[in-house]
Each structure stands twice: as C-alpha cells, then as structure tokens.
Design a protein around this ligand. Sequence first.
Ligand code: ADP
Length: 168
Amino acid sequence: MKTRIGFYPGSFDPVTYGHLDIIARAARLVDHLVLGAGVHYGKPGLLAPDVRLALLKDAATPLAAKAGVKLTLITFDGLAVDAARKAGAGLIIRGLRDASDFDYEVQMGQMNAAMDPTIETVFLAAGPGTRMIASSLVKQIAAMGGDISAFVPDQSAAAIRQAIAERA
Ligand code: ADP
C-alpha cells in the first residue's frame, strides 16, 4: 500500500498545545508526518528557526511515537505547496480555529490546489480545549509578564521568556 505522507506547515513561533493537538490527530491519518517551520525573511518572528524546530521536535516526537508514525522536521522558505511536493506529501494539514481561519485557510487551500491539484489540503477543527490558543497572543501575554503555562509546553515557555528578556 502507498505510504500516506502529510505535511503540516506553520510558523510554530513557538509550538503551542493547539499545534500539538493538530499534530497528534494528524498522526492518526498518515503514515509519515512532515512538520515544516516556515521561514519568512521579511517576517523573522521571535524565535530563530533552529530554536522553533528544536522545540517542535521535542514536543512532537512522543506524539508521533505514540501513533506509530514516522516523523520528519524541516524548515522551508518558499511556498508550502512546493515544500509539500518536495517532501513527497499528498496531504497538507491545517488547523481551523474560527471563522477567520476558515476564510483564510480555505482560500489558501484552493490556491494551493490550483498550483498543484495532486496535493489535497485536509482541515482539522481545533480541539475544544486548545481552540483559543494563538502563538501571537502567547507572545503578547508573556511580554506583559503573564503565565503562559496553559498554552505552551514548558520548553516553549522558557524559550519565549529568554527571547523576550534578550530583546528588552
Ligand atoms: P499561529 O497562527 O498561532 O501563528 P501558525 O502560523 O504556526 O500559528 O499556524 C499553523 C497552522 O496551525 C495553521 O493552520 C493554524 O490555523 C493552525 N493552528 C494554530 N493554532 C492552532 C490551535 N490553537 N488549534 C488548532 N490549529 C491551530
């Protein structure tokens, strides 16, 4: 049988419990999950790409092991659809939190389908316990001294606190 490869792209700046919910569920749909941390040169983000990737790897590895799927992590700097094709993925996985995610993600999925009709985008509705989590808000809360332990793994929280302290 053909190996089903799924590609889940994102900024993962940093990885949150929302992303991890999608990763755990996506791992049940594929044989091989490829996680891609997008690098935008015009939009550097808070954490360096290698730090984002290391946090993602540590958090996702036990989830992939539990589901019994192969896990690969990459950074990419172009179109997600190109990175998916390069990874051999037939599926792009995206999470949907609310109506604004829906509008943006469906449009993006359709444009990706126009660019490569062989790659299907699969949307997973955010889990009820993690739906409100956004990396951008986590960073804002941390910058204002708030507790972010309910939203991100401890290692992500420590990396965010360190990056914010270095910026100050
Ligand atoms: P963010 O939008 O928080 O900066 P990313 O750019 O890393 O996150 O998002 C990558 C993908 O993960 C997108 O499809 C996004 O909708 C999804 N995602 C982000 N946060 C969540 C969450 N809390 N629950 C489900 N999906 C999420």
